[in-house]
Design a protein around this ligand. Sequence first.
Ligand SMILES: [Fe+2]
Length: 406
Amino acid sequence: MSISTERKEFPLLYVNQHSRGVIGWGAHQMAGVECQINGISHALLVTTGLKGTGIVEEVEGVLKANGISVTIFDKVTSNPKDYECKAGTEAYLAAGCDGIVSVGGGSAHDAGKGIRIMVKNNGADTSLRDFAAFLDPHYTTRIPTYRFIDIPHVAVNTTTGTGAEGTAFAIINDEEWKYKLILIVPGVAPSVGLNDPALMRLQPPQMVAWSGMDAFCHAMEPFIGRLNMPVVHGVGIRAIKMLSENLRQAVANPKNDVAIENMAWAQYIASMAYNMGGGMGMVHGLAHMVSVLKDLHHGYTNAIMMMPVERFNAIAAPEKFKEIGEAMGLDVRYMNSVKATDITLDAIERLRGDVGIPQEPLSTFDFTDADIDHSIKWSLNDISREANPRDVTGEQVREIFRSCMD
Ligand SMILES: [Fe+2]
């Protein structure tokens, strides 16, 4: 094996441990036992509410049956906000909780992580900005000043895309800055993530599509990315294969038990690709800006930005795109890698279209030139840029956005 000669901003790479996981039908019934194992006697149950599914009530019942006291905090919204973490922190401290149980998708889990960071530091007075990961100053230089987050967290995952139930990052909206803070603090990964297909099969099809394309980006971005970590290649390429073989069927019928179980695994290992050290790229970097400015679903904005960004990135990683094509079952093995990249990108766009997501113009969401200027300012210092396979300038970001406007 040759040594990678791709330029990296920093020579040291961090390999994060993924959270313990319990995966399979009925996994949510382990929530109470996992609270006991991890020392939680009074949980703050953090959720968006998941209204109409009965899931929150079900998990609350499981916890109480195991002798765990429960205080419910259901004020989290999609794209979880800094003020929601503050309110959750106040609820946690007022009730005397000793751990978090998050129930839902990435928004619930990341809000739970944000609350744990705040409780461990200065409570509701904590500024989450102090833990935001930027390129300059590089986030790794601040890590030695952080307190290890040792507040236990049981994450009950209900969607097939986020991976946040197992990852060492929290993404929280700073509503004043209009920026998604990427919080990387040692210990912030949940103590355990429970992935239960019996809950995931209750998702509406659109959620399966949006979160599924998010998972595809979680596998693809680190696989083609500059950090180029071998551990990432294995899980990333397998996740792409599983997603391309199961996402359509899961969207067509979320109660297709084989497809949704495979999606549960695919989203899990896709998140390992970026969490274990592969990082994200500018699909997430730019999609974060669209979602924070227009309050659009994270997976949806990734699906909107993935083709323009990856067509821009294509010249940086044609051999990687060829491998992705092979994983998707395309007949590209003996093909020139540039041609194989074209075919692979067309197949990814076909998958996105098949699950009902068109290339919606950003003007549809009133995304303006001022929004582009704001996005350039923040995305260039975002750590998502670090792993992007192609160098990217502000003017190139502008061109990518402009190509998506109409
Ligand atoms: Fe994502």
